[in-house]
Design a protein around this ligand. Sequence first.
Ligand SMILES: Cc1ncc(COP(=O)(O)O)c(C=O)c1O
Length: 425
Amino acid sequence: MSFLPTVPPPLATPLAAILPSEPLLLMGAGPVPIPHAVASANGVVINHLGDTMNQVVLGLKDMAAYAFQTSSPRVLGVAGPASASMEMAIANLAWPGRRVLALVCGVFSHRLAEMALGVGADVTTVTSGALQPIRPEQVEQALAQGQFDLVTVVQGETSCGVRTGELEAIARLVQAHGALLIVDAVCTLSTTALQMDAWGIDVCVTGGQKGLSSIPGVSLIAFSEAAWTVVETRPRPMPHWCLDAARAWRFWGEHAYHYTAPVPGILALYEALRLIAEETLEARFERHARSSAALQAALQVMGLGLLVPEPDRLHSVVAVCMPEGADIPAIRRTMVEGFNVEIAGAFGLDIVRIGQMGEQCRPSNLFRVLYALGASCRLHGVPLDVAGGMAQLEQELTVFPSGSNPTTDLGIAPLVDLGPDPLPA
Ligand SMILES: Cc1ncc(COP(=O)(O)O)c(C=O)c1O
């Protein structure tokens, strides 16, 4: 064989020389730390078709339906980021001539509107006030202006830390109007209440790397029967072959070939969903609420403000105001280099964002991120009461109502013996 390469081999740096020697604690807006069971599953490759995979797919769909709180069988995985599941929702249900009402309060809700425009739909946008979600009154008003086929909304707007708290009321209005509702629950699913069937949500999407504490790259989508009927009867061919939900159903419903499924990611997602089913949604919501509230209280005692007032504050990604003049990139760099902890910056705002999704809501991670942030701020000349903040966090996390169990309530590994409840009844 005579092969004369015209491109020489590049300098191939081993991954170990690129990655930090100790993994960073990911306390940003996602991806989040993954449990050991998820990481192990992610290292396994099996045939993507066949009995073993069928069993995995069936189990995964059951557990995903539990997370979405739906009895619809039309639950599918998507090979791709959460944006791919958003795009699957839009591309299957919108086309030229379809009227879409996009409820926009930040980057990701705007992304849904962009996607709808991209497939040629007729898009009307309702924009919220600054740092506010869309209110039901705004939806009612907008729906009265015309007949819409689809409405899009984000439950947790990670970009600015705003939560659509009145999602159920919005869903009812959309249902009464006769439109289908698409909900982005990318950062919120399994961290806070969402009831796809009971609230009347038609399509719900999520990613793996946030509330579910799985890996990025395999996402989920669930369709109601009404939405699925549209998928099956759409009058024109799908512009995206991979994102064609009817084709994807071959794999997710009929165990046949669509494309080669992302096997390790599916196995990882299976384990992540299994851990959620084991914990139960109620316990998981409680753990998230308690953890995020403790973090928020401690941040405030330390001297930092929270960007979004209650009740519109998103708890799964907390937007934290940084004092004027604070060198945010330098502070975040010090957190990484000095403390091995990473938090997120923001989309053009003077804030940092701390994630409270899945494995991020563990006491050890809270103490680490709070100290890293406080100490790094101080190193860069921002005076904060770090000790006060840490003490507040300690107090918030160790005050248990009588009858509660600190081990299970906080999600501490059950082998750790914490001794008796510190607060006697
Ligand atoms: C609410 C929300 N929707 C959608 C996305 C997009 O997710 P991905 O980057 O996985 O496409 C994100 C990512 O941060 C998000 O927070």
